[in-house]
Design a binder for this molecule. Sequence first.
Ligand SMILES: Nc1ncnc2c1ncn2[C@@H]1O[C@H](COP(=O)(O)OP(=O)(O)OP(=O)(O)O)[C@@H](O)[C@H]1O
Length: 921
Amino acid sequence: MDSRQPVQNLGETIHSLLGLKAHLTSNWVKSVRDIIKNLPSEKSSADIKAKTLETGDSLDNEDVEGNAVSKLKDELAALTAKINQLNIQRRQVLNEFLDLKGNIRVFCRVRPIRVEENYGCLRPVVALDSNNVLLRLHDNKSKSYSFDKVFHPGSSQDEVFSEIEPVVKSALDGYNACIFAYGQTGTGKTFTMEGNPDSPGVVPRTIEALFKQVVESNHPFLISFSMLEIYLGNLQDLLTTQPTKATDPMPPRLSIKTDPKSGIEINNLAAIQVNDFNQALRLYRLGCRFRTTASTNSNTTSSRSHCMIRISITCFDAPERRRETNKIWLVDLGGSERVLKTKAWGRRLDEGKAINLSLSALGDVINALQRKKRHVPYRNSKLTRVLKDSLGEDSKTLMLVHVSPKEEDLCETICSLNFASRAKSIHLGHDDSIEIRDQKEASMKNLQQKMERIEEERLKVRGDIEKLSEELENLTRPAPSFEVKPQVPHLSSEEPLYNLKVKKDRIGDVTAPLSQLPGFMRSTFCSRRKSGRDLHTVEEKGQVLGRRRRRSSHRAESVTFPVKNISEYNSEHSISKSSCLAGLNMKSSADYETDYSIETVQGDINMVTFGKQEKSQRTSIRQRASLSYPEQCGNQKKEKDNSTKFPTIGDCLLHKSEPLTSSCTQRSKPVQAVPIAEEKCDGSGPNRTWISHNSKVPICEFKVEAFISHNTTKKQFDVEGVEVPVAEVITEKPQTMLKDLFAEESRSNSPSASHTTQTTTLTQDFVDGLLLEDNASGTLSSPDMCSGRLDQYEDDDETYLIPTMQAVKFDMPCPDSILNYKECSFSPTGKENHIFDSKRDTGISISISELESHCQEVSTEIGIKDKEMEDFDDSSPLSSIGTTPRSFKWTSQRTLFMGPRTSEVSKHAICYITRNCTKQW
Ligand SMILES: Nc1ncnc2c1ncn2[C@@H]1O[C@H](COP(=O)(O)OP(=O)(O)OP(=O)(O)O)[C@@H](O)[C@H]1O
């Protein structure tokens, strides 16, 4: 109707504004002001909007979200309960299954014939089927043995591990487990346990499976890794750096204790927490480097000890587990051997005896357990004492017996198979009737099917949990914020179990009150130092547990040796721990490198790189420093007591990418080279290794020109402020299966180095005795060397240390005259190669007939042999140190440099050149 009126009014208003001042009354102004005031502003409209949102509608949305979240949480809780239930069922079924199979199961693996072996011989061991092996005896007789599983020569590592995996699962369920490889030397125990990069063995697979299952599990686990060897009846921690020279402190002695809570404990054994597969693998690799191996007639890299890996598993909030903390042992036993056959002597003989004794004790224990005897003779050996709580009733034990297919190994094969039969005879129930056996088999089949169903269901529930967790995360994800909140790992049962990702990340990072941990999981002082946790504290306290600084060398003299036709050694080619270590480093040097970088800092060991050399497996040259004097033993004992300085494993792992001091693309192994006084270096040429003696040996000026015939360089490093030149030696890497074991991992982790070597210095203490041994080639081109380590013999009260150094060999000409004598010496005063009367000059009585008694074959070859000082004859009138030299019993052909313990002995290096002796040991 009056739609035009306002416009007309407006016109009037404008009119009035434009000039009709009469209309501009105060009332008019007020009314205009009011209009303007009531106009809705932008801000107030936004406020209204916000208010609206805050009321009715927004409340509805929150309800919806909240409901969804709580619904998801409920569902997740239900699924978690379900999966827990399934876990319990699975554990029960698995346990029943393993009970039926037997808590001690025995597998047999037949080694394939190697390429270099004689094909022509009859194969006495034949794998008949998956449970039986047939042993062909003479006169067309044969004998069959049955086992839980038989792996024929073509069986893969996969097949072997598939039989072992249930035990690993069982370990995660809280059962103690023990898996060990048994068998004659050279039958493939190490191959089964360690494997190679193409076919990894039981240990890496077990670690992998364990972590995989931990990740899949909905519980946080604490996992720790330890590694030791039992060598000559003594426990040695393989994750603790062993001393390489006399002045190094000894690591704390390992001792076996029984803890009421956690069972068997090994005091001072490093137990290092590992968070994932790679960490565990790297520790394993580190430990493998320090294993004691040697070349024997039967195996070029024979394990001379029992190597034991312990993985401890702790889970605090899983009541369904058998026990809070349990452990799994993986043991590569030393090879049983017949001394007559291996012709072992000296150290190799002792090792063989120690191994055989402990294996026999193990057989007794297993037999007693199988027969459920009241007395189980655990105490008869350290091996069985250590394994006591993992071999008994409530544990799962797997024995992998290895046999050779060769006819010439028939005796050993029969022994091994009898040993294995003894272990498995009872649980397999040979006395059971056929019906009972059938029943057992049917039940096992049922249980297996049940397990598969449970496993399927578990997988499904797991998938559902992951899906729901993701949804929940999306719903509850907070708005992005720049505030970084530190995540504190904790082990709390209140933490939602569905947060799998978080759990994965913090496996092993869990912390618990120390008191909650069983004794052997509690870190010792030593392991805390290894993990670097106590390092600062110790240093702050000024208790730097440093090794004694080595004295600088003052002299370096040399003795020149001729080497022409050197006899061949078949046995007794030592490959020390460190040489194995080098073997590992072909593709991965990281740990090795870092391991020794610590040493380098202290000026004791340096890293050098060596080039490629021809390697003859059957030859070996070795140099040893023999430290056998009581006063040195005394020093050692004192140092042992005060021993405090160890590199941290954590550091080792952390320094992985540090560069080497030099590089080389060829295979190599570490050797120790010797510092020389600078003034003695001249004229030595580039291809020599020097051995120095310090000022304590004024008369002993041996000019030893070691064999290194190529690629030797000199380096300097500072020892107590003195620049000491050291020689670096290029050597060939020893044959070891481990060399490539973790190539892939190392390739990714350590891009640079393909190998490493080490250089260290020798003090007088270390070079007290130097044993030389040479090869048959006479060309000295085959540096199968051993690098330094200390062998430790331990009686109840005493510890003897025998440092072993790398071999040296010589390529200097020797006057013909010397070759006519079976004994000669090299005098300290430049009258080299004069004829030596050992009795007259040193008081040491050595009979040539004794020397020759070792020689079974007469040859025209000339060999430099070394004589190994084996035992002291303390009753000898010559034995009082400081006045007269000790009398030694020589047990092998060696060349000996006796150390300068007495003025007389120190004058001479004795070299036995035996024209008529060849290897035949
Ligand atoms: N199943 C196998 N497949 C391929 N090679 C094998 C197998 N078993 C053993 N070998 C090879 O046989 C050699 C000896 O094996 P290994 O060193 O493992 O024996 P061992 O029983 O550990 O000996 P020792 O007790 O002396 O240490 C190695 O070269 C290894 O590679």
